[in-house]
Ligand binder design. Structure first.
Ligand SMILES: [Zn+2]
Length: 505
């Protein structure tokens, strides 16, 4: 296996700050602290709401933002065990370009001393945000941007400010890890259909064995093509004297939607946070409690119960229903946990060289014939024309891509990340193989490299596996998961921490 560890910031910057960071750099290669240290934590939010007029990019045809329904945030948590600091930042964005994460982590390292390898930055995948990916077309897939857009530079700056504010607020803290089940909101969105009912895909073929988002309540539905991951894993953090400080959760639900066209909204991720803040922090404290909801492994999961016809819902109604239930479950479970101050911290980061996907000869010649006329406006392109352009863009990908992978160890817990929309079965695998109590994945961290199906799901076809939606080799998920499992296994297990905390597996 060809792997390499690489810092995303220039070596001279690292060397420049190294003199300030001797104790921290001791953990760069992932050896956790063994001393029973006393935890400190701080949390803060930074507003990343874009100006109106920026393009909203959740669908095939971007359109300008016309209304701010609710502000977008970078929600930031800093943990410090006395030797090692970790930062986690969850951003209300569809995705975040690798270069934005690099720039934010460079700023964080120079301003707070937390090394880039110890900072996790991920997007929630709200579909009602403007783009921090880079343009609205395939510019987003340039591996490293030469220059950030104004909005990308703003997001990087705000992330770094949020982490700095969280670090300013560090104070003695206690932490507990919990898990709670919420199976009723997650549905696998890829379905086997009754014979003869598979519609043509944009490539003019009915070869797909599964259909993404089939018609609701259709008699042609056979069965879902994969599992769901119903488990919400979370860290709950409070001040040493008991006031709630932060809660960082992950749930494997793509997004909920129901947002009017042109609205900017953090989707249900924002509603869960506001609901938790209302429920957990009843008498708003200073500094305020910060809730954070990351996207788990939801590449093939959404909130649509395909067996039943769609109920009529007002805008934002469905996301409120889901979010209130998730917030209630989290608040209730967090209240019953046993908290401890002994949580050794560690991190590992590497860039795994993975083969990029390139079009087959057949795909390339289909694309050649199916391109739109040069003067076709974006909004008028058909799905086939959009995919013809995407297939052509795939041909220009480098042979190999450097895929950022990261594992954070927080006591007994292992949090792994990939820069993709990860299929739920990969998340379930990491729960089993990650070696933590618990182990769980966060999607869309440190970049965006498209959907990540397993090889088995590739063979079934469907939207997430189409060339252009998917940008990595067929076996990429196996290689990336193996690498994360190996990284997690090199982090020192924290038996003490797991024995002093009351887990609800
Ligand atoms: Zn998506």
């Amino acid at each position: 296996m060809q792997q390499r560890s690489q810092s995303p910031i220039p070596l001279k910057v690292l060397v420049g700050i190294a003199t300030l960071l001797v104790p921290v750099l001791g953990t760069l290669c992932g050896s956790g602290s063994t001393a029973a240290a006393e935890l400190q934590a701080g949390a803060a939010t930074a507003c990343i709401t874009p100006p109106l007029g920026e393009p909203i990019v959740g669908g095939f045809h971007p359109f300008p933002a016309e209304h701010i329904h609710d502000d977008l945030h970078a929600r930031c948590l800093v943990l410090d065990d006395g030797e090692t600091q970790l930062a986690v930042v969850i951003c209300d964005l569809l995705g975040i370009h690798r270069s934005v994460s690099d720039e934010a982590r460079r700023l964080i390292a120079s301003e707070t001393g937390i090394p880039p390898q110890q900072v996790l930055i991920a997007a929630t995948h709200t579909h009602s945000a403007t783009t921090a990916l880079g343009g609205t077309g395939d510019e987003r897939f340039v591996p490293l941007l030469e220059e950030l857009s104004d909005y990308q530079a703003f997001v990087a700056r705000r992330i770094a400010d949020g982490v700095r504010c969280a670090a300013n607020l560090l104070r003695p803290a206690e932490l507990a890890i919990g898990q709670v089940e919420a199976p009723e909101h997650v549905f696998n969105r890829r379905w086997f259909m009754r014979p003869g009912s598979m519609p043509e895909n944009p490539f003019g073929s009915a070869d797909d064995l599964v259909k993404m988002n089939p018609p609701r309540g259709s008699a042609n539905l056979d069965r879902p093509a994969g599992p769901t991951d119903p488990t919400i894993s979370f860290l709950a953090i409070r001040e040493a004297e008991g006031r709630p400080l932060a809660l960082l959760a992950t749930y494997s639900l793509h997004y909920v939607g129901g947002v009017p066209r042109g609205h900017v909204s953090a989707d249900y991720f924002g509603v869960v946070c506001r609901e938790l803040e209302r429920r957990v922090d009843r008498e708003p404290s200073d500094p305020p409690f910060v809730a954070m909801l990351a996207n788990g492994t939801s590449g093939d999961i959404n909130n649509i119960n395909f067996r039943e016809p769609a109920p009529r819902r007002q805008p934002y109604e469905q996301m409120r229903l889901v979010a209130e239930d998730v917030a209630v479950k989290l608040a209730k479970t967090a209240g019953g946990l046993t908290y401890s101050r002994d949580w050794p911290l560690a991190a590992r980061y590497q860039e795994l060289r993975v083969a990029a996907r390139h079009p087959t000869e057949r795909e390339a010649s289909w694309a050649e014939e199916s391109l739109p006329a040069a003067d076709t406006p974006d909004a008028a392109k058909t799905l086939s024309e959009i995919y013809a352009e995407r297939v052509q863009a795939l041909a220009h990908q480098p042979e190999m891509l450097d895929v950022p992978l990261q594992v954070l160890a927080i006591g007994s817990a292992r949090i792994g990340t990939m820069p993709c929309e990860i299929f739920s079965e990969i998340g379930l695998d990491f729960r089993r193989r990650g070696g933590g109590q618990p182990s769980f994945l966060v999607s869309l961290a440190h970049g965006y490299l498209g959907y990540l199906p397993t090889p088995r799901q590739h063979d079934l076809g469907g939207y997430e596996t189409w060339p252009g939606t998917n940008r990595l080799d067929r076996d990429a998920s196996d290689r990336m998961l193996d690498a994360l499992v190996e990284m997690a296994s090199t982090l020192v297990p924290a038996a003490d921490a797991s024995s002093t905390s009351d887990k609800a597996p």
